[in-house]
Design a protein around this ligand. Sequence first.
Ligand SMILES: Cc1cc2nc3c(=O)[nH]c(=O)nc-3n(C[C@H](O)[C@H](O)[C@H](O)COP(=O)(O)OP(=O)(O)OC[C@H]3O[C@@H](n4cnc5c(N)ncnc54)[C@H](O)[C@@H]3O)c2cc1C
Length: 302
Amino acid sequence: MQLFNTVMAHAITWVPRALVQKISRRYIAGESLDDAVGRIRQLNSLGFKVTIDVLGETVSSIQQTENTADEYRRVLNAIQDHGLKASISVKPTALGLLLDTQHCEQLLGKIVTIAERHQTLVCMDMEDVSCTQKEIDLFANLASGHTNISLALQAYLQRTYQDLDSLLLTRSSLRICKGIYLEDRSHLVDKAWNDRSEINPHFMNHIARCFEMGTFVGVATHDIALIDQVIELARSRDIDKTMFEFQMLLGVCEPLQCKLLGMGFSVRIYVPYGKDWYAYSMRRMKENPQIAGYILQALMSR
Ligand SMILES: Cc1cc2nc3c(=O)[nH]c(=O)nc-3n(C[C@H](O)[C@H](O)[C@H](O)COP(=O)(O)OP(=O)(O)OC[C@H]3O[C@@H](n4cnc5c(N)ncnc54)[C@H](O)[C@@H]3O)c2cc1C
């Protein structure tokens, strides 16, 4: 079955779109903001915080970037109106980072300003390596005028060591994740291209640095070995539970999410919604070690 799963993870691009949509329901709150609000209310009632992502990545027109920014404004209003325990996560390419960097900064700046008024946090997701420096610069510009913005960093990149050093000086709040994009191995930490567990020591180094510097950090992983190490590190260094949170994706490792919550940790669920579900779902499905089983299940229940 493991071999079959590996084959399916590679062959997933040939799976019909309708089937991908069916399987992706576990990873996506729905197509509309109302769908997302319903799901978030459920999660909040169980004790989870959430971060909301409006699906959509690289865009091809300024009009699309404006539409995405409008949708984020609607999200911020919904958080306020429904009293949701939620932050937002934004992919700068969806606001036109690669089309017009200045315009992207203006749009994101307006979103961050409204969010600040609502006391809502905004996390900038980190995208592929062609965006890394641009996103760090964008973050630095916005963080100099706002306190409610944080940035994701990817432990699979070698450069994260240097990036973290400068970000820690500004006491920025951060999210550390392994990293999801297919990158040239010249950018990656040793052996990360063969085995994702090779990223773990680097991930831990970054978490340890955040703890040392007293920076709030989101530990974004489902890797149980890594989570155990973070818990042990926090315990041994007497790090207060308010200084970090675990972050996981909607529909991934749900028993682990509940277990951490039960242990008294803060757990934030990344909740994506929107019409542009395909690219996001494909990445989640490729990462799922039980992917073949899900495809078979979906096929049988057609
Ligand atoms: C809240 C959050 C925010 C993120 N933000 C970013 C970002 O800004 N930029 C970026 O590049 N990446 C981001 N990621 C993705 C991240 O980089 C990883 O690709 C993803 O989380 C899987 O890596 P992992 O740390 O869980 O470890 P892995 O070693 O990949 O997985 C560990 C174990 O988790 C389980 N697992 C992982 N994924 C799945 C799945 N889809 N279905 C079922 N089980 C699974 C499996 O049991 C696997 O063995 C984010 C992840 C999270 C949780």
